[in-house]
Each structure stands twice: as structure tokens, then as C-alpha cells.
Design a binder for this molecule. Structure first.
Ligand code: SF4
Ligand code: SF4
Length: 383
């Protein structure tokens, strides 16, 4: 194994990057028993930790890029090792040296797109609000009830634009005084941070924070659990605190307050997939389920690995931008679990999960046996 960065440097960078908790690891291997990678191939976070402790990390290998930051292993670790932070600290070293294995190479173009246009999809900044064409969506101005922040995938991705449009439609029907920032909106930066590019994360975050403050934003509605996580838990590192709500909890609140009425039946069997960054990272398991249970005729069923045991879709930690070969995609297993539970609809509330599930759906013999829906799209159908 070639050690690219010198021993002292690796250990020092790990410490500086919040990965110092490596030293508490006593190599029990519990993390490996719950890691989704071990359902599709062998992978050992325990080994990565061991090697890093001795400064023996091979920063050219694929291994340290596998972690999807799903959050399953830290909650099992008997020594409280900050496993995700420690893993990200190794990526910071690789990013600093500009050393990426082939599977991670796409991240270079992603970084360039984020730097130049504020999104990872190689789209232009000025097209950011095109998803709202033909809808009554205003630019945010101070004093409005809420800012709607759709996030990059909902602004640009053809499949996910439908979710942004459904959201705006519901908000309009409920009479919510909301606005968007359009081309002033930047990527939230959550996922690029998990690839170790702290500098780019900070630049995106600072620009967003300045825009929020300049526009008098106080309350932010998000569709992506990744935006939710970083606005709520990471932006306070910049000494700011905005009120952040995820669409699942917001829609439930609107219904409970009588501001949104569900009028139609949804006669389908639905199973709900907990996105890692809404569930395990932020404890929001009940709100999406309560919302779905409000819908008349909808039968909510649980599949294997639900709630805190949710099987990661594979898209977190920047993995959404990396190549995962067929046979190693967690989302393929998840689709089978949904079908196995008897669901006709797999509902979720995260753009990365939807992207992966839509791809995995095509691996089914009968592609139409399962529909993939954001919970917003389901609500849109029944108002
Ligand atoms: S579960 Fe914790 S203590 Fe056990 S090997 Fe993993 S990081 Fe180390
Ligand atoms: S956070 Fe999830 S993907 Fe990463 S090592 Fe732990 S269990 Fe595996």
C-alpha cells in the first residue's frame, strides 16, 4: 500500500478535522455489521479507522469514498466514535492533494459547476427558477410568510422539477404567502462538504447566508433533507439561526391547522422510505407517516428495514455523484423490499432517494409494478 501523505500529516489533519475520536475505537467491528455496503460487497470502516490511526491511509483507494454517511454505524458504536466525521476528514486530505480514484473523478466537474453556477448539475444559474414557469410563484420579499428553497435537484432535474411544481401548487392552494430566491439561490453545500471540500462548502454557505439576510429571510421551507440538515445543524456554525421546516412536517402542520384540505381518495398501498438525513440524522420518522395516514383510502404498510433501521438509498456523502456498479446499489435492494411488502407506491421525501429509486425501478421485471413518489406529489393528487 502506498501512503501518499506523511504519517504525521494524516494524523494531524484527522485531529483538526474532527476525526480525533478515532483513538477511542477498540476495533469491535460492530460498525461493519450494520453498514449497508456489507449487503452488496465486503467493506470495513473498522479497517479504515485502524489504518488511519497509524497514518497508513491509502488516499488513492476507493475505500474511503464508500461511506454514504448514512448514520447507521455511529449509533451502534459502543465507544462513541464520530465515524462519519472521521471518514470525511480522510476525504479532506485527498481533496487537498487533488487525489481521486476513478469512481470519484466526477466530483471534479461537480465542484467546478458548484463554483461557477452554484449547482452540481452543470446547469446555468439563470435557469434556476425555470421549474416555476407557468405557475404563480413570486420572488421572495421581506415580510413574506416563508421562503421556499427547492434545492438544486428540484430546480433542474426533469423528474424532480415535478416535485417542486407540486409543492408550489399546494402552497398556492393553501394560500401561503411564499416566495423563492430564483437565481440568487445556491446549492446548500451539504453533500460537497461530505466529500471533504470544506472550502467550497463554506463559500456556498456564506453566499446563501448573505442572501437570506439581505432578503430578510426568517423561515425556510425545504424539500430536501440534505438542505434541511445543513441549514438546521451546520449553518449555525456561522453564528446564524434560521427557522427551517421540511415539507413533510409543514404539510402536516397545514392540514392540522385547517389550512390545507385533502378531498380525494388515494386507493393505493404505499410504503414509506425514511431518507437518512430526515430520519436517522434528524429524527423525523413520524411526521411523514402521520401525513400519509391523513390521506383517505391510502394504506400505509411498512417494509423491512424501516424507521431508524432504514436502508440507505446510496446517495448521501456525495455518493450521488459517484459511480456505483450494478450489483452494488443499495437502492436495488430497497425496491425489492418495497415490492416484497406488497406496495404499489414507494413514497419518500428526498431528491437523492427518488433519483436512485427511479433508476432501480428499471431493474424490476415489471417496471410499472412500483411507482416512486415524493410525498408532496401524493398530497398534490388528493387536494
Ligand atoms: S463500532 Fe466503534 S469501536 Fe467498534 S470498530 Fe466501529 S468505530 Fe471502532
Ligand atoms: S455511516 Fe453508513 S455507510 Fe458510512 S460506514 Fe457507517 S454504516 Fe457504512
Amino acid at each position: 500500500m502506498e501512503t501518499v501523505a506523511p504519517l504525521k500529516e494524516i494524523i494531524e489533519v484527522i485531529k483538526e478535522s474532527g476525526g480525533d475520536a478515532f483513538k477511542f475505537c477498540y476495533q469491535c467491528g460492530l460498525c461493519d455489521t450494520v453498514c449497508p455496503w456489507n449487503r452488496v460487497r465486503t467493506f470495513s470502516m473498522r479497517k479504515i479507522i485502524r489504518e488511519a490511526t497509524f497514518g497508513l491511509t491509502d488516499i488513492e483507494s476507493d475505500e474511503m469514498w464508500r461511506c454514504t454517511t448514512c448514520g447507521n454505524c455511529p449509533r451502534q458504536c459502543p465507544r462513541g466514535v464520530a465515524i462519519i466525521e472521521a471518514g470525511v476528514s480522510l476525504r479532506k486530505i485527498a481533496t487537498e492533494y487533488g487525489v481521486f480514484p476513478t469512481s470519484v473523478n466526477p466530483v471534479r466537474a461537480i465542484s467546478a459547476s458548484l463554483t461557477g453556477e452554484g449547482n452540481p448539475l452543470n446547469e446555468t444559474r439563470k435557469a434556476r427558477a425555470n421549474w416555476a414557469e407557468g405557475l404563480s410563484v413570486k420572488a421572495f420579499t421581506e415580510g413574506m410568510e416563508i421562503l421556499y428553497f427547492p434545492g438544486c435537484y428540484l430546480c433542474y432535474d426533469p423528474r424532480l422539477k415535478k416535485v417542486a411544481r407540486a409543492t408550489a401548487d399546494i402552497l398556492n392552494r393553501a394560500g401561503i404567502d411564499f416566495g423563492i430566491l430564483g437565481s440568487s439561490e445556491n446549492c446548500c453545500g451539504e453533500s460537497i462538504r461530505k466529500t471533504g471540500d470544506e472550502e467550497l462548502f463554506k463559500r456556498l454557505a456564506r453566499e446563501n447566508i448573505k442572501t437570506f439576510i439581505d432578503n430578510g429571510v426568517k423561515k425556510i421551507l425545504v424539500s430536501s433533507p440534505h438542505c434541511y440538515h445543513t441549514f438546521k445543524n451546520e449553518y449555525p456554525e456561522f453564528m446564524v439561526n434560521f427557522e427551517v421546516v421540511h415539507i413533510a412536517e409543514y404539510l402536516l402542520e397545514l392540514i392540522n391547522k385547517g389550512r390545507l384540505e385533502l378531498t380525494k381518495d388515494y386507493g393505493k398501498k404505499v410504503t414509506y422510505h425514511d431518507p437518512c438525513y430526515l430520519g436517522r440524522h434528524n429524527g423525523k420518522y413520524d411526521e411523514p407517516r402521520k401525513l400519509l395516514k391523513k390521506i383517505s383510502g391510502l394504506e400505509l404498510i411498512e417494509m423491512a428495514d424501516s424507521m431508524e433501521n432504514s436502508l440507505c438509498c446510496g446517495g448521501g456523502g456525495g455518493r450521488i455523484w459517484m459511480e456505483t456498479p450494478k450489483g452494488e446499489r443499495f437502492s436495488d435492494i430497497r425496491i425489492e423490499q418495497a415490492v416484497g411488502a406488497g406496495a404499489g407506491v414507494l413514497a419518500t421525501s428526498c431528491p437523492y432517494c427518488i433519483t436512485h429509486f427511479e433508476e432501480s425501478r428499471l431493474t424490476l421485471k415489471d417496471h410499472d409494478a412500483l411507482a416512486i413518489k415524493d410525498i408532496t406529489e401524493i398530497v398534490r393528487e388528493v387536494i
